[in-house]
Design a protein around this ligand. Structure first.
Ligand code: SF4
Length: 273
C-alpha cells in the first residue's frame, strides 16, 4: 500500500506556480502508452509485411516487440512509483534519468498538442526532482553546497562584473545579489553566477560541489537538472517582474529555508518548502 501513499517529502505546489506532480506523471504515462502502440507494430508486422519464406523474421520481430514493451512499461512504472511515493525500486535512480531524458521531448510535444503550457510541465518536473533530492535525506557540508545564480539576477544597469568573481558586488541593495552574498557569509556555502550552460558546467568542474541549489527559469532548470545528473540539483524558480532575463528576483526566505534544509540545520522548516 505504501506505493500508493504520497511521498513524505511531497512539496507544496506554491513555489511551482500551482503545478502538481500528477501532470508529469499523466504525460509520462501517456507518452509511454503511445510508444507501446508504436512498438506493437513489431507484433503485427509478421502478418503484414514479412515474406513467409523467411521464417525466423516473425519470431524475432515478436520477441523484440514484447521485450521492448515490457522494458518500457517497467521503466515508466518505476518512475511513476518513485515520483509519487518516493519509493525507489531497485535501479530506479539510474533508469529515471535516462527515461526522463528520452521521454521528455515527447511529453512536451503531447503537452503542446493538448494545449498545456510547456512551462507547467517543466514546473511539475522540477517539483518532482526537488522531492527526489530531499528524499536522499542527506545533510551536506557548507563547502560542498553550491548556490548557482543566473546572470539576469544582477541589476541590468550594474557596472560590476560578477561572472568571474561574485565578490565584485558592492552590496548596494539594488538587486538580490547582495542578499545572496549575506546568505553565503551566514552559512558558508559556495555561490557563483553563470551566464549560461557552458559556464555553469565549468563552475561545477572547478568547485566540485556535492549538491547544487540552482536558481533559474523553468527551461534552464529543466535542462540543467538533466545535464547535471548524477549530481543532485534542487531547482528554485526565479521571479520575473520585468519579463524574462531582465532584473529577475529570488524568493529569498524560501531559498534560505532550502539551504538550511540541505545543510541539515534545525532551523529548516519543511512545511515552508
Ligand atoms: S547588489 Fe548592487 S553592486 Fe551588487 S550586483 Fe546588485 S546592483 Fe550590482
Amino acid at each position: 500500500m505504501r506505493f500508493f501513499g504520497k511521498s513524505r517529502f511531497s512539496l507544496s505546489s506554491r513555489q511551482y506556480g500551482g503545478a502538481r506532480k500528477r501532470l508529469f506523471i499523466g504525460l509520462l504515462s501517456a507518452s509511454c502508452f503511445l510508444l507501446c502502440l508504436l512498438l506493437a507494430l513489431f507484433l503485427i508486422a509478421p502478418w503484414l509485411v514479412f515474406p513467409a519464406q523467411i521464417a525466423w523474421l516473425a519470431p524475432m520481430s515478436m520477441a523484440f516487440g514484447f521485450a521492448a514493451i515490457g522494458i518500457l512499461l517497467w521503466l515508466c512504472l518505476t518512475i511513476v512509483i518513485h515520483s509519487w511515493s518516493g519509493i525507489a525500486l531497485p535501479g530506479a535512480r539510474g533508469v529515471r534519468h535516462v527515461t526522463v531524458r528520452l521521454l521528455f521531448p515527447l511529453m512536451e510535444l503531447l503537452a503542446k498538442f493538448v494545449g498545456l503550457e510547456r512551462n507547467r510541465l517543466r514546473r511539475s518536473f522540477i517539483k518532482i526532482n526537488n522531492e527526489t533530492v530531499l528524499s536522499r535525506g542527506r545533510a551536506y557540508a557548507p563547502e560542498s553546497l553550491l548556490l548557482l545564480l543566473p546572470h539576469c539576477i544582477q541589476r541590468s544597469a550594474c557596472a560590476f562584473r560578477l561572472v568571474y568573481d561574485v565578490n565584485n558586488c558592492r552590496r548596494c541593495g539594488q538587486c538580490p545579489v547582495g542578499d545572496v552574498l549575506a546568505l553565503r557569509d551566514k552559512y558558508g556555502i559556495l555561490v557563483a553566477v553563470a551566464t549560461g550552460g557552458t559556464i555553469a558546467r565549468r563552475l561545477v568542474v572547478q568547485l566540485r560541489p556535492e549538491c547544487i541549489v540552482a536558481v533559474a527559469c523553468e527551461r534552464d532548470l529543466t535542462s540543467g537538472i538533466q545535464d547535471s545528473y548524477p549530481l543532485p540539483v534542487f531547482g528554485v524558480l526565479n521571479q520575473r517582474p520585468h519579463g524574462p532575463c531582465l532584473d529577475t528576483r529570488i524568493p529569498l526566505d524560501y531559498l534560505e529555508n532550502v539551504v538550511c534544509f540541505l545543510l541539515g540545520k534545525k532551523s529548516a522548516d519543511f512545511s515552508k518548502l
